[in-house]
Design a protein around this ligand. Sequence first.
Ligand code: S3P
Length: 452
Amino acid sequence: MVATVVSTKITNSQETLIIQNPKLGLSLCGNISIPGDKSISHRALMLGAIAQGQTNIQGLLLGADPYSTAGCFSLLGANISQLNSEFVQVDGVGLLNLTEPSCVLDCGNSGTTMRLMLGILASHPEHFFTVTGDSSLVQRPMSRVIQPLTEMGAQIWGRKGNSLAPLAIQGQKLRPIHYYSPIASAQVKSCILLAGLMAEGKTTITEPALSRDHSERMLKAFGAEIQVDPETNSVTVTGPAQLKGQDVVVPGDISSAAFWLVAAAIVPGSELVIENVGVNSTRTGILEVLERMEVDIRQENHRVVAGEPVADLRVCYSSLKACEISGSIIPRLIDEIPILAVAAMFAEGTTVIRDAAELRVKESDRLAVMATQLQKLGAKIIELPDGLEITGGVSITGTDVESNGDHRVAMSLAIAALNATGITNIHHAETVNISYPSFVQTLQQVCTSNIN
Ligand code: S3P
């Protein structure tokens, strides 16, 4: 049988992703490769730009978010080769040598670009910078980094009591601090560590739970003096640092792999192998939760590539069980909650997600948006102040749903639609370009080759 499961329609540069369930015989099988890790891609570009000498990046994510970082750092004086191949070269300017652009630095949709870059810009004395972002980013809280940077001596102005972009930064010589962050956020941690590179002495950040540690790993590899205290979730950087350009290999993004892990787990008869996935333990909360939900997942070919653990992930259709997701695992799967909500729709029992209020200040209010959109498909889902409650086993029906301009919402809805009867139209699906430009192609690949 030949059936078109996945198609797209473009109207006025807005893309609608159309998923039509073929009723019988859809199973997802084969090997998939996924794009480079977004967090590591941003960090490789930024550290490359402020290091001395050349950085060669292999496997960079060619998505809109890293383009924003590359665009900003090119304007700040780093020489970054064309982002049209996964091999990218950055000629760094060296620490404190960025130039002051005469235009506004546009971070697009990327919170990581804005928050991490602020740590670097704030520490450039005698330089004045302005930064902004798209309609989503200018609503996202920046005080979480502005407040500790101000304690370090930074001067930053913004809307709503210096808490929202557009922002203006008058660079200063910063002093080291010990900052106790009220939230477990790798963006906050990384911002402070980057600012600490240029402050004389020891800058420490302590967080309430461990967030992703890519900055610590990469800063060490670039030659910074970094101490990690796992008992207290603290990281210390000693400034002023000397960074030297490196060869960076970016593993596949587990946050992108997550869509295929759940797709194979919920679509009957599926078996997928997702190759070359970064399995850093600060990111593998999704694997632990899916295992608790009794999904058949295996890590194969485990290896370490350029300081990051990597594996191929084999996942098979499973009979899922509900579970509770809360506490210190949340930062280790923060970006995977939308797709875990989809997994929960097909699990036996009620899954409760708590301690996830941070989702309200992501690219969209992911708790509200996921609850509203999955309800349209017929899911039994309740929005909680800090999470979601999803009762599985309800049959779902295709309809019109809306990404709200959020890439992870669009992709999660597409995976849910694979199990809906009829046709699902996902509006504003072009947003997948933020982190996963080849998502639709891969979806077409796994869907068309396996209809029997
Ligand atoms: C990121 C950290 C996380 C994550 C974001 C990327 C990073 O944000 O949600 O997609 O690269 O440091 P928070 O630090 O705000 O939790």
